[in-house]
Structure formats: C-alpha cells, structure tokens
Unconditional design. Structure first.
Lengths: 313, 89
C-alpha cells in the first residue's frame, strides 16, 4: 500500500475527535452502496437521530487513508468519541449485547429492556416443545432493524430480555426487544412440512417484493406518460458519463425528495447494472413504498436496448 | 458476486485457513464462501482476555496479504466470528 497521506489522516483525526459518532461507509446514510454499510446504518438509525457519515466511494484517497488510520482492512468503520469501535460484525455484536447503546450514551433503554408481550399460539408451543433436543434449550427470537426474523435454540447472552409465553422461555436481545412488542409466533403447515410464522406489529407494511423492470419496459412506461419517478443511485462521476433524462440523483437532496414522495407512487431505482439500485429499492420498501421497481441491467441495459446514444462505461 | 476477478491461483479457502493457522497457533478455522466473499469462524485460546476488536485484528492481520489491492482474492469477509474454546475443553 502506498505511504500514508498526511493530509487525509489529519482530516480523519479532526473529524473523529470533533464529532461524537462518525461512520466511514460506502454510500450515504440515505443510500448505502453496500450491504455491510447498510446493516450498520440500520443499527445506528435505531439508536440515534443524527450522526456523521463519510462516503469513501466519493473519495478514493479517503478509502485508503481510513484503512491505514484504523489499521483495519474493511469498510464500514465506526468511530465513537474519537475511538475506533470496529466493523460490521463488531457493531452487530455490540448492538445485540446492548453495549453499543451504552457506548453511544443512549438509553436503549427504559422501554426496550422491559420485556415485551409476545403471543405464542398453541400449535407453535407444541412445535417448539417437539423440536427441543435438551430440556435446557431455550428459544431465541431475533428481529433485525430491517425486520428479518429468526427463531432458533440458543444459550443465554449478556443483556438478554427474557419473556415467558405458554410456558416457553423466549430470549431476545435488547435491540430485538425494542421492536418485538405484540409479536405473534404461529406454526403453519405447508406442502413442504411446516414452519414458524412471526408477525411483528412494529414492522411497516411493505409490498411483496421489488419488481424488476427491463429497459424496454421503462421506455414504454415513460412513453405511456404514466406518472413515475426514477431515482439514480450512482455517483456524480458515473452520471456525468451516462444518464437517463428525468432521473433524480439519490444524493441527500434526492433522498429528501424520495422521503416527501407519496408512498403509493411508482418509484423506479437504477444504477450501472441493477445491483446497487436493488439495495436502494429494498430500502424504499421498508420505508413503506408499495410500487417499487428496479431497472434490471441498469443504465448499461438502457444503452444497449433503448438508447445507444447513452455511453457505456 | 461469483464473478469477482482475481489473479490469484489455487484454493482461496485453503489460503485463508492456512494463513490464519500460521499466525494463530492451534487455532481451529472454518472458512466458507467463494467468489471473493468469505465467512470465517476462528476458535482459539489466543482470544482469551482480548476484546472483539483485538481478536478480529489478529485474524485480519493474518489474512491482510489476501485482501490487498483491487484484484485481491478476498474481496469481502461477509462474516468473521472469533470464539474462545469452551472451558475445560
């Protein structure tokens, strides 16, 4: 690796010592460009109203400098009170144990540590008893900030919130407990056997999934004049190379426009090949948008299938 | 992400595991994944008395050479777990 750039190191030191919480990440808080950065944003969003982020994709020198500065090879990287906390795995573990909330000086808190009321159906209780291999096995429920749910047998962990339902002990980490109030656990038989169904009232309603849109499909939708908004998650440098008329850059301003958009409006997300935009589209679903589309193949497909005047890169 | 380009030849899984075992004596190492993305579980008494950050640093420094550069064989460590062996084991 090339030698340290003193300027970038000074910038980093200044930043992490003057701001309480700084996350070095790929993309922005509004539009993370990588799953790991997105996970840490999800965790911090659950604990803090505001914090600082630095997009290392916008500044390649910063990307190298922060790795040297922290002596840590991956992004994201979290700093609190001038101290390096760790990457995604560590932030996740500290969040689960409740240590992160303490570190951030927030009370994750009074309401979260009070055990939430959970509902367990009779069928679910029977299935749990049958699946238990040892009498000491205890059930753990995890509900992630994105409301992905997991139910499995596990040992106790520090900071656990313990709930009893139908004689079954269920353990929750503190982060899960803050989202779990009123959660109903059922057992449903399907053709392929059976499975647990976990319904969480705190989960915002969402469409079944992000729907894929081909470049030609987008052209037709635009020609038909149907109201839709296109959000472009790429960087400014990429947009300068190639863009679609009318697409809104999903930078901080674009994110504010998205936030202000009616949740039932048709929104289309695009990037270079359709991968980054899918992450942003999934995020829009979680925010309650119901008519969410991803431009499959991205601007590259647009260039090859619709408008060859748009440069490929 | 299965098409991550790299000039690396050979088994990346073995290279990761061997590098970690070379750096942390007696470590039990499980590596899974492919296409530049890997999940690593390391169990070692070397983590006793160390925090998560220090423990993960040990592992990352062992595989730093596999993560360097744009065409590095290890593009991302999707998950890294550092465990201490159970007491009395």
């Amino acid at each position: 690796m090339q030698s340290a750039m003193p300027d970038a190191h000074a910038t980093i030191r200044e930043l992490v010592t003057t701001r309480k919480v700084v996350l070095f990440m790929k993309g922005s808080r509004a539009a993370p460009q990588c799953g790991f950065s997105g996970q840490v944003v999800g965790i911090l969003d659950g604990l803090l109203p505001a914090y600082d982020t630095v997009d290392v994709l916008a500044d390649p020198a910063m990307r190298d400098a922060i790795k040297q500065f922290s002596d840590w090879p991956t992004i994201p990287q979290l700093y609190v009170d001038g101290r390096f906390v760790g990457g995604c795995d560590i932030v996740r573990e500290l969040s689960t144990s409740g240590e992160l909330a303490a570190l951030l000086g927030v009370d994750a808190g009074a309401s979260a540590t009070a055990p939430p009321v959970l509902e367990l159906t009779g069928r679910a209780a029977t299935a749990i008893m049958a699946a238990r291999e040892a009498p000491g096995d205890e059930l753990r429920l995890v509900i992630s900030p994105a409301f992905e749910k997991e139910l499995f047998f596990d040992g106790p962990a520090p900071g656990d919130v313990v709930v009893e339902a139908r004689g079954v002990t269920i353990r929750l980490d503190r982060s899960t407990a803050s989202r779990a109030a009123g959660t109903r656990i059922d057992w449903v038989e399907t053709g392929a056997g059976g499975g647990f169904k976990v319904d969480c009232p705190a989960e915002p309603p969402r469409a079944a999934s992000v729907r894929g849109l081909t470049a030609k499909g987008l052209r037709m939708a635009l020609d038909a004049g149907g109201p839709l908004m296109i959000f472009d998650v790429r960087t400014d440098a990429e947009r300068a190379l190639a863009s679609i008329d009318g697409a809104v850059a999903l930078d901080d301003d674009g994110q504010r426009r998205l936030e202000a958009t009616d949740r039932s409006a048709r929104v289309v997300f695009m990037c270079h090949h359709g991968v980054r935009s899918r992450v942003a589209a999934e995020a829009a679903l979680r925010k309650g948008f119901t008519d969410v589309w991803n431009l499959e193949g991205g601007i590259d497909a647009w260039s090859t299938e619709v408008d060859s005047a748009v440069a490929r890169y | 992400m299965s098409d991550h380009p790299t000039s690396f030849k050979g088994s990346v899984l073995d290279a990761i595991a061997d590098s970690i075992r070379g750096a942390i004596e007696g470590a039990r190492v499980e590596v899974s994944g492919g296409g530049g993305h890997y999940a690593i579980v390391v169990t070692s008494s070397a983590f006793e008395g160390k925090g998560l950050l220090e423990s993960q640093r040990l592992v990352y420094s062992a595989i730093a050479h596999l993560m360097k550069g744009d065409d590095a064989p290890v593009h991302a460590v999707d998950s890294l777990k550092t465990l201490k062996p159970p007491k009395g084991a």
